[in-house]
Design a protein around this ligand. Sequence first.
Ligand SMILES: Nc1ncnc2c1ncn2[C@@H]1O[C@H](COP(=O)(O)OP(=O)(O)OP(=O)(O)O)[C@@H](O)[C@H]1O
Length: 757
Amino acid sequence: MRSEQEFVARVYARLGQLQAAAEQSAESALAQVGTGRQARLERDVAVIEKGRLVAELNGVENGLVFGRIDLNHPDNLVEERDNFHIGRIGIRADDQERTPILIDWRADVARPFYLATSHVPMGLRRRRHITMQGHEVVALHDEILDLSDEERTGFEDPNGDAVLLAALNSARTGRMGDIVQTIQAEQDRIIRAPHQGVLVVEGGPGTGKTAVALHRAAYLLYAQRELLAKRAVLIVGPNPAFLGYIGEVLPSLGETGVLLATVGELFPGVKATGEDTQDAAEVKGRAAMAEVLASYVSDHQSVPDTVLEVDHEDHGMLLVDRAMAEEARTAAREMRLPHNLARPYFAFRIIDALTEQLVERIGADPFGGPNLLGPDDIAQLGKDVATSAAVHGAIADLWPELTPQRLVREFLADPVGYLPDADAESIRRSTGATSPWTSADIPLLDEAAELLGVDDSAERARQEAERQRRIEYAQGVLDLSFASRTYEFEDKEELYDDKADAAEVLSAHDIIDAERMAERQEEEDLRSAAERAAADRTWAFGHIIVDEAQELSAMAWRLLMRRSPTKSMTLVGDPAQTGDAAALGSWSSILAPYVGDRFEHVRLRVNYRTPSEVMDLAAAVLRSIHPGLEPPRSVRSTGVAPRFVPVSASELASRTGELVSEFLPDEGRLAVIAPRELHAELAAHLPEVTPGGEPDLTHRVVLLDARQSKGLEFDSVLVVEPGALHASDLYVALTRATQTLGVLHSAGLPDGLRAMS
Ligand SMILES: Nc1ncnc2c1ncn2[C@@H]1O[C@H](COP(=O)(O)OP(=O)(O)OP(=O)(O)O)[C@@H](O)[C@H]1O
């Protein structure tokens, strides 16, 4: 223990040095008061880089060192060493060779820590788990992997699962923790899966899907750092409370450059604050909405019934007749461009045709000879038509320029004729500012944006010219700074990259080239890739992870697939936890339009959350809905059976309050999961609980409906009126407990539970 403590102290001392160096260079960069653009540019780049490094180094401080592997002598030595310590990040000593002292858990060298068994020891003789509190080593657990090795340390853990069980039994905090110390072999294989395309991870409740997805994000950010630092990783979750719940995992693994968002947050500039009924959300989410919107857009490319009169400012009445408009429309549609981009072609045709009309009228020879106007006159008339507000008004009537917001708002105000009447009625809403956007509107807006396009050619040309100018300028800056000084960068790459060379003193040229520097210099470009991605609807992410993927609508999939042109994605979910029966076994139908059958499908089968006593109950419910589905196997039992509490309807709320006091653990969290209609009544009997809105998961007692509880977990759970829940929602609710479960009911119990009560 003492030697481990000494080692750990050395690692923290080195971390302290790195933190101090990063903080100091961030501060001195901030303090630089040069004048002019060059100084500002240098300063801003340095401040941002160092600021991120400081945050990352601070993030990994807790439990920095958690493992050690001892290698078999003498054949398996790696770099002449017989052991390695494993930690959240890699750290090197401050010596000439920059000797690695702590190995990043994601490095290949660390892999046996997760995979080795006594059957396949992978060159290890011992695996050690180091448990820390602050900077103190408080426990060691050793597993002997080479059975011929007789050396004993006194810290042997006969089953090799003490650390895992301690983690699973620990009190919950309302924030998900990382599992980096105890990743299991089946999980490790998924986290490091080399698969480049779509990887589907399916597993029952508590099998670690979310944990695996987040650790995979961290792994990919390590293994493909260059690419992903530029293109960013997007993690999609079902609601903001869930994103808050998982939000601390990646920073604790030293990764900050990730965008966490719900689908409802993926249309920059629009905030979805409204709520749809379930029916409305379902209708808006159907794949058919893509075609509906396409035909709605094409109905905005109209022609007059007979003729449209245009009162030209100088030349009097011009006529757009139906044939003329149809011809222009056909020609514009043949361009196969989005509506707004095809619009100029329509406009050109109309302007041409009206010019011809005018030329014929003004220049007609009364004696039947050729037109009397010369090319200059004709050109002038063309100009007169092209600059006429009246002509443009007519064009706008027939083929208006549209924004996604306007299109979708108008569609929702009057969807009749585009959908069966009942569906149209369920999504119809007023156009007023009082009706806010909902999450299910966001994929519609995105679809509309694709159908409409933005005519940004002028803007793009301007930006490219500006970019070239910046590159030239940045090159000048770099040449100057190269000539005048060098910088000491304790760069992240240098810290983490096992192959980093020994040189510590790097010039600006080594770190940043002119193009990158020019990019940084653009107005908002000092933001990280994730920050820029958040503001850009057309951003192509390097990798997308979707949690609770079974919840997404077909329209939401369309939006996400657009954000991932390379289809590098990890999708995790459990179809048994969705109310939509059609979702079962439908990964193929979801994915077929985008990747055919080219996706990998893996399963997790062990439940790390729910003790077997609780899982048995949930399994009975699962059997009642999907008899063929295999529930996951619980890794532990608590010996505490779930408690059923029959009550009268009038005392339901007060009894819930009493049971909360009974079930609430000294440390940890409790959730009451109940149908929404009961929330107001129940809240009156629960400490510090207000009904409605986003729940604060860090409170000791939380009131949720079953859907809100998806993906979350609590030490204790009270499920109220299970008979009122949809069976798959009940399955979700029952599987949220890590320790104890109570079921209160005034009405009868649903099928699956009756036999178990
Ligand atoms: N290898 C592990 N070591 C320690 N804890 C683990 C491990 N795997 C999973 N867990 C824990 O088990 C719990 C369930 O994990 P997680 O939430 O990722 O499961 P899930 O499959 O996403 O569940 P659900 O589908 O019900 O949302 C979490 O507390 C997680 O930290």
